[in-house]
Design a protein around this ligand. Structure first.
Ligand SMILES: [Zn+2]
Ligand SMILES: [Zn+2]
Length: 325
């Protein structure tokens, strides 16, 4: 699959809407869309500009927080990351429909016939949603459950045939870990976290995602990584109820345990608080580092609320790449 992340097609930053569009709950599957207007074939070098134009019309014309689709596929078979897999789309008709299915849009119009490269790319996008979302096995059209002609009769017939890969070849196992590839994990905390003033709170994670296996509910646990590894850890979280001048800190820390004793803080890498606006703060930071030793060392994330009242963290994610060292 040729997946083109937002940064590579030059996406604008998305706006925070009044209600969170972050939604990583279970999806039943994927809904396929088309553009609904005539579309003229163009060289692949112009596809990114077209996706940017679509994003601009959704944000500036429709007033949406971002491009409406989860993923978009061009006629050359490349898959452009729209809202991606961790956020609710706004293309399926209403909030409930948007949460039930990912929205994958073909850069295909009311004219012409969908070609093999486009269908192959759409199938790649569907498989990507299933393995990385994850999503269930439903493949539907926008018109299922919503009054619209989308995705057009040709694509809808393909959808109804369960979206066969042109040539009949099986789905390529693009998401299988390869030799020498790092461990690739994504963690979330599903419930809000209350930060008491002036104590470091260690985050407990309860959902995680391992490359290629989909989301798994897991027993709540603080440890992100154990033993000797080189790592790159990114942490993002959102705090509500902030006032101007408030401070929140985040650090990652290595806890060490001697045989028979409790974990002790061995080393920490703190950063200060970035700016915030509108009572909500978004904090994102990435640390490269080394975790030494064996299973007696573990990596955790701590948050500190430097105000005189409780604060609530309503989103917390961590993404980790790690190589044995
Ligand atoms: Zn549609
Ligand atoms: Zn293209």
């Amino acid at each position: 699959m040729d997946l083109i992340p937002r940064a590579r097609w030059g996406a604008r930053a998305w706006r925070e809407p009044s209600g969170s569009i972050r939604y990583a709950g279970p999806r039943k599957g994927v809904k396929v869309h088309y553009l609904g207007t005539p579309y003229s074939s163009r060289p692949h070098a112009q596809c990114a500009a077209y996706v940017r134009q679509l994003q601009a019309s959704h944000m500036d014309g429709n007033g949406w927080s971002d491009i409406g689709y989860s993923l978009l596929v061009c006629e050359h078979g490349s898959v452009f990351e729209g809202r991606g897999l961790q956020r609710r789309n706004s293309a399926n008709g209403n909030t409930s429909l948007n949460e039930q299915h990912y929205a994958v849009c073909a850069l295909h119009g009311t004219n012409g016939t969908p070609g093999d490269a486009l269908l192959r790319g759409l199938r790649d996008a569907i498989d990507h949603c299933r393995t990385r979302g994850p999503a269930g096995s439903e493949i539907k059209g926008h018109r299922d459950g919503h009054p619209t002609a989308c995705p057009g009769d040709a694509l809808y017939a393909w959808v109804r045939a369960d979206a066969p890969r042109p040539g009949g070849s099986p789905s390529p196992p693009t998401e299988q870990p390869k030799e020498g590839r790092p461990m690739d994990r994504y963690y979330e905390k599903s419930k809000p976290l209350t930060l008491k003033p002036n104590v470091w709170t260690t985050v407990t994670w309860d959902r995680f995602h391992v490359q290629g296996t989909g989301w798994t509910e897991k027993k709540a646990e603080q440890t992100l990584l154990k033993g000797a590894h080189a790592f790159v850890l990114g942490v993002g979280f959102r705090v509500g109820g902030l006032e101007r001048g408030d401070e929140v800190q985040v650090r990652i820390a290595r806890n060490h345990r001697k045989a028979g004793e409790d974990w002790k803080r061995a080393k920490s890498w703190p950063i200060g608080s970035p700016v915030h606006a509108g009572g909500r703060g978004h904090f994102v930071h990435t640390w490269p580092g080394m975790l030494p030793g064996s299973d007696d060392n573990r990596l955790v994330v701590d948050l500190l609320n430097v105000t005189d009242r409780d604060l609530t963290v309503d989103e917390l994610v961590a993404s980790l790449l790690a190589w044995p060292a």
